[in-house]
Every structure is written in structure tokens, then in C-alpha cells.
Design a protein around this ligand. Structure first.
Ligand code: F6R
Length: 259
């Protein structure tokens, strides 16, 4: 895993956005995996800026979101559909037909989730997947105990995740308890993965996932098996890493090779 540590959330967002933008320039029909939540907001703002200022072109890009709350229709203001529209899609020239966010309402979640996997497959697989990380180490909504071989499916959220997500809702009892999420194996299939974490609340999950044993109890630890995963951290999220000095050292050496 490549570990990039920046001084601030703003800096890590710019660094990660630069890699996404470069991927889109190299492959205009990139298949981009997207996340919601606070972590990718800075990247989305920078991608919007690059679209407006430099004409970064998303017209051929296909997107797949990681997850969606069960029970919220796409037009619900707290749905991840609405989130993506508000924070990214409406500001760039991505085609509505090429954006995919799981739908949280279905008569048959099993077959719906299989069809979501099939759509990813039909698009040629995900080239670059953006990820945040939960305080319990989840990626997507793969909560502790999720199989590291899991595919897109319905998951029950933990009490801690429900509490963390309650900041987006008016009342705690409105926070959904279930989500559809890509599985850990779906995420590992992406050709490249960028994980973002900022703030001291994420420090334990980051340390356990990057430097602890690979375990379904910290599903982000499965990224240790990925051949092309980069983790962008601010100093607070990085502070519990045992190899912190080594990661800084690597960054300095890379700067010498690629000034
Ligand atoms: C969201 C997602 C989640 C979040 C995670 C961190 O699509 O898949 O795994 O990335 O819960 O959320 P934030 O970024 O709000 O701290």
C-alpha cells in the first residue's frame, strides 16, 4: 500500500483529486467508483473546479457508487443519489445514463444486487475506486464481520455507523439501519483504489487496517491484498501508525526520484 500523508484535509483532497483527474485524462472512458460521506467532498470540489477551469471532461466517464441506504428513494434528500447529484453530478458533464448509484428500494434485493454486480462487469470493471473509512474500519458499508469475499448485498449497519450517519438526519430514528453495499471482493476487483481518511476519529481504524492483521473485523485491512491501493491521510488520521516515520521517509525519497 502506498501511504501519502498530508498536513491537512485540503491538501490530501487536492493530491487525491489530481490522481483522479490524471486517470480521466489518460483514459477518458474511465470507470470510476465513487463514495459519499464527508471524506470525498474535497475531491469532488476540486474535480468540479478542474472541469470548470480546465475543461476536465467527464462525458465518457462511467461511475458506480459504493452504496445506498435501504428504504430511501432516489429523490429522498438524504439518499446517496441526492448526495451525488448535489455534490458532483450536477456540476460536471457526466452523462446521467453512465452514473450508477444502487437503488435502496426493491422487491428483491438479492437479484437487484446481483444485477448491480453485472452492470459493473458489463462496463468492464472499475478502473479507480474512491473509498472513505468508517471508525470501525468499514469500506463501503462492509461492517465488521463482513466476508472478505463478499459481493454487492444488503447489510445491517452497526449502532456506531448509524450514530455517525445521524448527523445528516433531523432525528436519530430517521437514520436507516440497512444499506446496499458493494462487497469487499467487489472493491478488491477495482484495478486501483484510493482511500481517504482525515481527523483523529479515524486514526485507530487507519492503524488497524494498514498495519494490523488482515481481518473481517476491520474490512479495510483487506486492501493490504490489493496490488494498487493508495491511502491519503492527514496528520491526525495518521498519528497512530507505527511506521509513520517510514511513510514520511518514502515520500521524501519519491520526491527525489520524481521531483
Ligand atoms: C460512503 C461509504 C462509507 C464512508 C465511511 C466514512 O459511501 O461507503 O464507507 O466512506 O462511512 O464516512 P465519512 O467520510 O463521512 O467519514
Amino acid at each position: 500500500m502506498r501511504v501519502v500523508i498530508k498536513d491537512s484535509y485540503q491538501q490530501l483532497s487536492l493530491a487525491a483529486a489530481a490522481e483522479v483527474a490524471q486517470a480521466v485524462r489518460i483514459k477518458p472512458n474511465l470507470v470510476l467508483g465513487l463514495a459519499t460521506g464527508s471524506s470525498p467532498l474535497g475531491i469532488y470540489q476540486e474535480l468540479i473546479r478542474l472541469h470548470r477551469a480546465e475543461g476536465l471532461d467527464f462525458s465518457q466517464v462511467t461511475t458506480f457508487n459504493l452504496d445506498e441506504y435501504v428504504g430511501l428513494a432516489p429523490d429522498h434528500p438524504q439518499s446517496y443519489h441526492a448526495f451525488m447529484h448535489e455534490h458532483l453530478f450536477q456540476h460536471i458533464n457526466v452523462s446521467g445514463e453512465r452514473t450508477h448509484v444502487p437503488v435502496g428500494i426493491s422487491d428483491d434485493f438479492g437479484s437487484y444486487c446481483r444485477s448491480y454486480e453485472q452492470q459493473i462487469c458489463d462496463a468492464g470493471g472499475i478502473d479507480l475506486q474512491l473509498l472513505g473509512i468508517g471508525r470501525d474500519g468499514h469500506i463501503g458499508f462492509n461492517e465488521p464481520g463482513s466476508s472478505l469475499g463478499s459481493r454487492t448485498r444488503l447489510k445491517t449497519l452497526t449502532a456506531q455507523t448509524i450514530e455517525d450517519n445521524s448527523r445528516f438526519f433531523d432525528r436519530p430514528d430517521e437514520v436507516p439501519r440497512f444499506a446496499i453495499t458493494m462487497g469487499v471482493a467487489t472493491i478488491l476487483d477495482a484495478r486501483r483504489v484510493l482511500l481517504l481518511a482525515s481527523g483523529k476519529k479515524k486514526a485507530k481504524a487507519v492503524a488497524r487496517s494498514l498495519e494490523g492483521p488482515i481481518s473481517s473485523m476491520w474490512t479495510a485491512s483487506a486492501l493490504q491484498l490489493h496490488a494498487d491501493a493508495t491511502v491519503f491521510l492527514d496528520r491526525k488520521a495518521a498519528r497512530k501508525l507505527k511506521q509513520l516515520e517510514y511513510y514520511h521517509w518514502i515520500q521524501r525519497q519519491a520526491g527525489d526520484i520524481c521531483p
